[in-house]
Design a protein around this ligand. Structure first.
Ligand code: COA
Length: 311
């Protein structure tokens, strides 16, 4: 038996807080509409994808009690890279002082769950990699039209990270996973180079609920885990009503959801690790606890995983 454990975690949010009241003052919207339709009350804007990733990554490495040079695999999930070339993970790798390999992964807002599953598989594949830093970092405010009320109130910036360490005596980290995509749904959520996010909100909502519920149900069955055995549900933080619909349809305990979107908005790749980190910092996880991760995003991508918390 061998597997990986999550041995450290960290997060980073820009300093600038933007409340719903600030949008209310500028756009044809209201705090009441935003809270009722999304659950978002405030969000953070600022920083770059690499600077936020470095801050979150450094915090995760420190929490794990490691030096950056002991990290031999860096996977950065992002949909807003600093540059077209090179990958933003190159900047993060250099500035943190990591060893080994680094690459970016883009599966939009499902990206962090894709990255976690990918990194775990690479650690499990053989003697090549021992310690992975898995970061989700995005600066969606840079690709959002701040005059468009239908998207401006939703998207924001942040980063979160975990360290995975391969151990001979550990049980498998990922009990079951499901990564998927329906490319025919590309037109309902996209952003051209140099452009802004375009979204058919109602359709994304409908498809997201359907895809994530099917996918989560699949991994619960594959892992042989019933909904009441899930200690923490960590969904992509896009809309509280999407999360509520999932919780209800999957039969999960509502108080076991990790929610940060009220203060972060939708931070894409960062949303799942931000929610996980907040829950871990609040002492909501004990060794052996089972976590259900869920993500969805442009593409249209989705991802689910049942993971054992080992820290
Ligand atoms: N303030 C006030 N009214 C707004 C608004 C805002 N910020 N944004 C949209 N509206 C309006 C719409 O223009 C529409 O007006 P109309 O009826 O006159 O055309 C009305 O509210 C209802 O729009 P609708 O899109 O049906 O609202 P909704 O209840 O579906 O909520 C979203 C809109 C965007 C919050 C919701 O659809 C959603 O969250 N979808 C998923 C988006 C998502 O998760 N994206 C990220 C994927 S990773």
């Amino acid at each position: 038996m061998s597997g990986s454990v999550i041995s450290g975690w960290g997060s980073a949010l820009p300093e600038k807080v933007v409340t719903n009241a600030e949008f209310e003052a500028r756009l044809d919207t209201s705090d009441a509409w935003i809270v009722e339709r999304t659950g978002i009350r405030e969000r953070r804007f600022g920083g770059t994808t690499s600077s936020l990733a470095i801050e979150a990554g450094a915090a995760a490495i420190e929490k794990a009690g490691l030096e950056p040079g002991q990290i031999d695999l860096l996977v950065l999930s992002t949909t807003t890279p600093d540059k077209t070339v090179p990958a933003t993970s190159s900047t993060v790798h250099a500035q943190l002082g990591c060893s080994g390999a680094a690459f970016d992964l883009n599966a939009a807002c499902a990206g962090y769950v894709y990255a976690l599953v990918t990194a775990d598989a690479m650690l499990s594949a053989g003697p090549g990699f021992r310690r992975a830093l898995v970061i989700g970092s995005d600066t969606l405010s840079t690709i959002t039209d701040m005059e468009d009320r239908s998207t401006a109130v939703l998207f924001a910036d942040g980063a979160g990270a975990v360290v995975l360490e391969h151990r001979e005596e550990a049980e498998p980290l990922v009990l079951a996973s499901d990564l998927g995509l329906d490319g025919s749904l590309l037109p309902i959520l996209y952003c051209e180079h140099g452009g802004y996010m375009k979204m058919e909100g109602r359709e994304v909502f409908r498809r997201a609920v359907r895809a994530t519920v099917e996918s989560a149900d699949k991994v619960l069955r594959a892992a042989g885990v019933s909904p009441d055995e899930i200690a923490l549900f960590v969904p992509h933080q896009a809309n509280l009503r999407i999360i509520d619909a999932m919780v209800q349809r999957l039969g999960l305990a509502p108080e076991r959801s990790a929610i940060v979107l009220d203060t972060t908005g939708n931070t894409s790749s960062a949303s799942v690790p931000l929610a996980l980190t907040a829950a871990a910092d609040a002492g909501r996880l004990a060794p052996g606890d089972l976590i259900l991760f869920s993500g969805f995003g442009a593409g249209m991508t989705w991802a689910s995983a049942v993971v054992r918390w080992g820290a």
